[in-house]
Design a protein around this ligand. Structure first.
Ligand code: ADP
Ligand code: UDP
Length: 236
């Protein structure tokens, strides 16, 4: 399948149309941004790690009964996916306090929750992705009641599968962001990516950060952290 026109260039990926109007090709870049685009940089090799990691995890999730947009890995950086209409919600699941949760509620990072939490942000860069609840999402017609219920159930199922999977690799899945989309028949599938850009991943033994927080917080060792996650995923 060949790329035709570029449909979109985002902060981390480009999206291309193909000859098949139901499919598109995503191309992962090494560009990194944080704080809604305020901080910019490059993480060498990130595009390859994020592409291959997302594809591996999407295939695992498919096997566990979670429908995804994944079709076929085309190269190190490019993947054929089902074209979806993205539901403009960032769905965030948390197992451990960190990031904006810790800041907003004035608690330290690293508190292990009894049960995972879920929250939504309105995917809107101009507004800075504001937090909203499901009633707000309904009022704004971002999704239907049924879609929101489906998305919640799928997101918690993704968490169950990934927590267990990462644990076996010596990694604690602290939190992550998911995006969902609608296929032409209205079916909801998991879309976008699952990578160290979109997850907080801490070494189980040392709590060392193996994710984009190293870039956000100028901690150094960013490339090595991405490579380390990838190495463990590859079973090395
Ligand atoms: P952003 O838009 O936040 O800068 P990216 O650089 O990752 O993010 O751009 C990729 C874009 O492609 C995102 O807007 C994402 O919602 C969208 N997307 C992801 N998967 C699909 C898909 N299967 N079909 C259509 N769009 C998708
Ligand atoms: N996240 C993301 N994209 C966003 C916002 C958050 O991928 O636009 C991920 C982030 O990497 C983390 C989780 O969602 O794994 C929770 O992020 P948080 O709300 O703590 O926000 P942040 O600290 O990134 O501002």
């Amino acid at each position: 399948m060949e790329k035709t026109v570029q449909l979109y260039e985002g902060k981390a990926k480009k999206v291309y149309a193909t000859e098949d109007e139901t499919l598109c090709i995503v191309s992962y870049k090494d560009d990194a941004t944080a704080f809604n685009g305020l901080k910019k940089g490059t993480i060498v090799g990130k595009g390859i790690v994020n592409n291959r990691m997302s594809n591996l995890l999407m295939q695992l999730l498919e096997m566990k009964g979670v429908p995804t947009h994944f079709v076929k890995e085309l190269s190190d950086r490019e993947t054929l996916v089902k074209k979806v209409q993205i539901v403009p919600l960032e769905v965030i699941i948390r197992n451990v306090s960190a990031g904006s949760f810790a800041k907003r509620y004035g608690v330290e990072e690293g508190i292990v929750f009894d049960e995972p939490t879920i929250e939504f942000s309105y995917k809107n860069d101009d507004l800075g992705d504001p937090l909203l609840n499901s009633y707000h999402a309904l009022a704004l017609h971002l999704a239907t009641k049924e879609e929101i219920e489906t998305i919640k159930a799928m997101a918690f199922r993704v968490n169950e599968v990934l927590v267990e999977y990462f644990k076996a690799l010596g990694i604690r899945l602290v939190d992550f962001k998911l995006e969902f989309g609608r296929l032409p028949d209205g079916k909801i599938v998991l879309a976008d990516e699952i990578s160290p850009d979109t997850c907080r991943l801490w070494d189980l033994a040392t709590n060392e950060k193996l994710d984009k927080d190293r870039f956000r917080r100028d901690m150094g060792g960013v490339e090595d952290a991405y490579k380390e996650v990838f190495r463990r995923l590859m079973g090395e």
